[in-house]
Design a protein around this ligand. Sequence first.
Ligand code: ATP
Length: 249
Amino acid sequence: TIVGAATFHPICFFESLHTKNMNNYMYTSINRRLADGRYGKSNNRLLCHHQFQVLLKNNIQDGLDLYNQSLQYIGINSGDIKFIDNNWKSLSIGAIGFGWEAWYNLTEITQITYFQKFADIEVTNVSMEFAYGIERLVSMINGKPINECLWDKDILYSDICYIRENELTSLYLKYKIRNTENFDKLYQLCEELIKDKLYYSAYEILLDIIYTFNILDASHEIGELEYKEFTDRTRILSNKIGNLFINSL
Ligand code: ATP
């Protein structure tokens, strides 16, 4: 599944809406921030960056303490962190939350969010998200640019990620990709899957729709009206998928 942020990952979408399950989750996702491509030359802005995602449902009252402990664990003094109000929303999946950006050394390293809505549905068991930017943390902890940091034993980050970063920046910024034909087919497929009550598959296709749209957006092909029209349509799909899921519990 290709996502722009780990918050779109199926775990986050479905588990945030889950009315009974109180498990906590963590996972890593490779996010594609299409407008952030810098040909692999920027330390802080990568087109493909890794996000370590924690979704807490249990004990969210201890969430900020746990977050501070996680920083101490990787050698960052939580006293040096500056929290800046930053509420989060995604029009395309009808999600909102309130939270903060955590800044260290003049750089945002984590987004912290309490989710209030997904799929335009009020979340009953409020969950809390920590979205850690792995490259920024690795680079800070090692005190050098990410391309020069070890990403595994004997393997530099640049050995694995530089070519991808460099080429994908060209792909999305230099080559103009216009692919609107796909939209209607994908919408139709998503509707069919919803009718068949296949909420997980429908969500997978919804993510494809959103990603196809992100590509157009990154190529500056989308006007304000088209943007609204698009998010209105995806929100409806997201709402149907969310309701289908909740009714299946
Ligand atoms: P920004 O405002 O810097 O674009 P964001 O608030 O949109 O980031 P989130 O989606 O909340 O970012 O991502 C969580 C974390 O991932 C951020 O706190 C940051 O550390 C990191 N991050 C976000 N975008 C990038 C990127 N393009 N390259 C490297 N790390 C990133």
